[in-house]
Design a protein around this ligand. Structure first.
Ligand code: ADP
Ligand code: MG
Length: 242
């Protein structure tokens, strides 16, 4: 279980997040909000890559900063900024990431092949990442995130820049990966998460506008199982679409 308690993040005098308190259990959470809402900032704080100005993140009751390496070993993170190494092949990139993640030598090879197969990149593993399509680049990022079978998976806009077909594939992949895991997926596109998320976290200007199942949100906002309408109500027509 992850708990964020009173997370606030200031960049200078800009408040990117204001007093975010969340409890996340096993399941898929869709973090939904337009560009600039604070999704990446929240994910960076939950993954321990960014210190909040105030507040605390706990994993199973313990402060993630005190857990340190122990926390990082249960965490898979695919950041929005692709720090991809175009000259590396897919397999080389995963091998590099597996080393950084301190995956035991004896398990490395099988773990890399498992991750490649999970995102259907086994056949492309010999090719340089520079030659990959946008969808393949996103999938190799997801593959590195699942190395070591992490208990927590944080995927920041895994469908950004993808065409509709590729979006569906990534969405289904995320669904497949779920189970006894906490998965947080951010997006500003409702259809990416409407069908797969157990709960939706609506983030507006650094605050949680609402959080609930799609079903309950649709009852509350009186829209017929169409989250898009809620998005429009909360964020307006130009809510950060591509
Ligand atoms: P999202 O991922 O939802 O698009 P971000 O978390 O990237 O939102 O950004 C939230 C807000 O914080 C935005 O207004 C953004 O401009 C601001 N911001 C993000 N990172 C920085 C930074 N390093 N310095 C200053 N402002 C930042
Ligand atoms: Mg972002």
């Amino acid at each position: 279980m992850i708990e964020t308690q009173g997370i606030t993040k200031q960049y200078g005098n800009k408040t990117a997040l204001n007093n975010i308190s969340l409890t996340l259990k096993d399941g898929i959470y869709g973090l939904l909000g337009p560009n600039g809402a604070g999704k990446s900032t929240l994910m960076n704080i939950i993954t321990g890559n960014l210190k909040p100005t105030a507040g605390i993140v706990r994993f199973n009751g313990e402060n993630i900063y005190e857990l340190g390496k122990k926390y990082r070993s249960v965490l898979g993170y695919a950041p929005q900024q692709q720090g991809l190494y175009d000259a590396f092949t897919g397999r080389e990139f995963l091998s590099y990431m597996a080393t950084l993640k301190c995956i035991p030598k004896g398990e490395m090879k099988s773990e890399i092949e498992r991750a490649l197969a999970a995102v259907n990149l086994t056949d492309a593993a010999k090719k340089p990442i520079g030659s990959y399509s946008g969808g393949m680049k996103q999938r190799i990022l997801i593959a590195q995130a699942i190395l070591g079978k992490p208990k927590i998976l944080v995927l920041d806009e895994p469908t950004a820049g993808l065409d509709p077909k590729e979006r569906v594939r990534i969405r289904e992949k995320i669904k497949e990966l779920s189970g006894d895991k906490i998965i947080i997926v951010s997006t500003h596109v409702v259809s990416d998460i409407q069908s797969i998320a157990d709960e939706i976290i609506l983030l507006k200007e650094g605050e949680i506008a609402d959080m609930n199942t799609v079903e309950n949100l649709c009852v509350k906002y009186k829209c017929e199982n169409d989250l898009e309408q809620i998005y429009m109500q909360l964020f307006g027509e130009d809510g950060g679409y591509d």
